[in-house]
Write a protein that binds this ligand. Structure first.
Ligand code: C2E
Ligand code: MG
Ligand code: MG
Length: 570
């Protein structure tokens, strides 16, 4: 080597040494023949090993027991020449007791005979990226778990269990994302994180999980009531109006609380109990705050199972539609049907919608369920018509839509497709919505309804009279029909108040030019009363229960659709 070359190569080494020093990466070199491990300064500060030359075991001793087997397997593989590169992420316990996330890269060097003689590489400290949520800057789940583990250790050592874990979720966040777009959703998450943090008492921490869920470890909690009070205050602070590019919304929180106890062995158990309580809170506890109680975890497991079952049921066609006739109370003729979904559950038999529609709404399964239901109901009516039930030429088909379906931006397009595919284009399809569908975004709801109207689809307001039943809705939204909730029909004979409500709904409908269907007519007295009040249409067990398509076919074939089809008293 010439002097010139040596100087150059010296410069190169110098450059390497400088780069090494400047780098945030630690470097290491493991000599297989001697078993010695060399680590750079940075490697030492990341791992907390305070000597440059040591043995591989010193590193391994510090690796988290959970991550160790995988790292050892990777090292074995590279040592045996089964692979030439190493990439392994693991946790390492620093001298100061803290767990750190590190990423190790390595390459194998071989001798002339192809035997691996050394493995050398880098070590990067990933703790910050692994434990901080990039969007809100809050700690993430990994950090929270680690923190909670320490906190529980303290509980065990000092008998100090005065803390609670809160699982916090922004309600209907998917809807926010739809309306405001992803960047608006991000802003809301950031704002929520800030508002939550401002509420935290000394020593407590908040972390963000995926999506719109947060976790809080709340200190100095002696009983459930104190945790609930904090939760309610936080919900109040986060629930202040949030304005983004002219959109104003009031975020709502659901909060589940699990108080720490000495019986908890793992941080995950405490977190999972808070999550179970949260699931209850989301299911409509009015205050939106629920404390964990025994049995919730089992219920959560059951729901999980049911959810998987339902998903399969939709895919494998275990759902079926029943149909209940709607009757013209003046003539006794059947004017149409309401489609009501049932689940033919392999073990539990025929399940009514109350047992699975709420779950479907919560999980989003209502969308595929609803798509299938609407198409099936339209197909069925077309089939009856073409199979010779000529009386059904003018019959209509009412299909229930839940709020989530109604809010879908592509609803109108989907309805159009179903009408085209089934050929039911004569205005026979009616969609039933409840008031809850209109509350979220009234302007969007009105637009959707106008577009559906333009397709010839009729709109029923279901369960009218319960809820707010705002007159404003009637004026604002183009409903064709009000369906009187069956709770008023039940009292129409003996309860003055119910009778008065029915009467005023009939008057209202008349003045707005809407049709009326009374739901849940169960006996002749109720029918007579409604007829005397001039109620035009009704449905109920008195005429027919919801039936499978075969039974409806038989009914139509055997008795036709004249007055006599219905046991209508004079
Ligand atoms: P809804 O739309 O108000 O349907 C009327 C409910 O009243 C039906 O219950 C029907 O069986 C019941 N009913 C009818 N006549 C009588 C009567 O004389 N007495 C009594 N006690 N009940 C009567 P069902 O089938 O259990 O459905 C319950 C609710 O589930 C429906 O209320 C609707 O909100 C929802 N639902 C049903 N099918 C679907 C569907 O395909 N999609 C969606 N999104 N929701 C559905
Ligand atoms: Mg209905
Ligand atoms: Mg109803």
């Amino acid at each position: 080597m010439s002097r010139e070359q040596r100087r150059e190569s010296g410069e190169e080494w110098y450059r390497y040494a400088l780069t090494l020093e400047a780098s945030q990466e630690g470097f290491w070199d493991w000599d297989l023949a001697t078993g010695r491990l060399w680590g750079s300064n940075r490697w030492q500060s990341i791992t907390g090993v305070d000597e440059p030359c040591t043995r591989l075991e010193t590193w391994m001793e510090r690796v988290h027991p959970f991550d160790k087997p995988r790292l050892e397997a990777d090292l074995r593989a590279i040592r045996a020449g089964k692979c030439s590169k190493l990439r392994n992420e693991h946790r390492i316990r620093h001298r100061n007791g803290q767990w750190r996330w590190v990423l190790a890269h390595g390459v194998a060097a071989q001798d002339g005979g192809g035997r691996v003689t050394r493995v050398a590489g880098s070590l990067t400290d990933m703790t910050e990226c692994r434990t901080a949520d990039a969007l809100t800057g809050l700690p993430n789940r990994i950090f929270f778990l680690d923190y909670l583990e320490h906190r529980m250790d303290r509980g065990r050592q000092r008998g100090d269990w005065d803390f609670a874990v809160l699982a916090v979720a922004l309600d209907r966040f998917d809807r926010v994302n739809e309306v405001l777009g992803a960047s608006g959703g991000d802003r809301l998450l950031m704002e929520t994180a800030m508002r939550m943090q401002a509420m935290l008492p000394e020593g407590s921490i908040a972390a963000r999980l995926n999506g719109a869920e947060f976790l809080v470890c709340l200190e100095s909690v002696q009983n459930d009531a104190e945790a609930v009070e904090f939760a309610a205050q936080t919900a109040g602070a986060v629930g202040e109006p949030f304005v983004w590019r002219g959109h104003r919304m009031t975020p709502q929180l659901a909060i589940g609380i699990a108080r720490a106890e000495a019986t908890y062995a793992h941080p995950e158990d405490l977190m999972s109990d808070a999550e179970s309580a949260l699931a209850h809170a989301r299911r409509g506890e009015p205050s939106g705050v629920v404390c964990y109680s025994r049995g919730m975890r089992e219920q959560a497991l059951e729901r999980l199972e049911l959810e998987a079952d339902l998903e399969r049921a939709i895919r494998q066609g275990e759902l079926t539609m029943f149909y209940q006739p709607e009757v013209d109370l003046r003539t006794g003729r059947i004017i149409g049907f309401e489609a009501l979904v049932r689940w033919k559950h392999a073990r539990r038999g025929l399940l009514p919608p109350a047992e699975f529609i709420p779950l479907a709404e919560e999980t989003g399964l209502i969308l595929p369920l609803g798509d299938w239901g609407m198409a099936e109901a339209c197909r069925q009516l077309v089939e009856w018509r073409t199979r010779g039930h000529a009386e059904l030429k003018s019959a209509r088909m009412s299909v229930n839509l839940s709020a989530r379906q109604f809010e879908r931006p592509d609803l109108v397009e989907r309805v159009r497709q179903v009408l085209d595919q089934t050929g039911l284009n004569d205005g026979a399809l009616r969609l039933e919505v409840t008031e809850s569908s209109l509350i979220a975004d009234a302007a969007a709801a009105a637009k959707t309804m106008r577009e559906l109207g333009a397709l010839g689809v009729g709109l029923h307001m279901d369960d009218f009279g319960v809820g707010y039943s705002s007159l404003h809705y009637l004026q604002r939204f183009p409903f064709d029909t009000l369906k009187i909730d069956r709770s008023f029909v039940r009292g129409v004979v003996h309860d003055r108040e119910s009778r008065q409500i029915v009467r005023s709904i009939l008057d209202l409908a008349k003045s707005f030019g809407m049709d009326v269907v009374a739901e849940g007519i169960e006996d002749a007295e109720q029918l007579r009363e409604l007829q005397s009040m001039g109620c035009p249409c009704g449905q109920g067990y008195y005429f027919a229960r919801p039936m499978d398509p075969g039974a409806i076919s038989e009914l139509v074939a055997a008795r036709g659709f004249t007055h006599e089809a219905i046991p209508l008293p004079v």
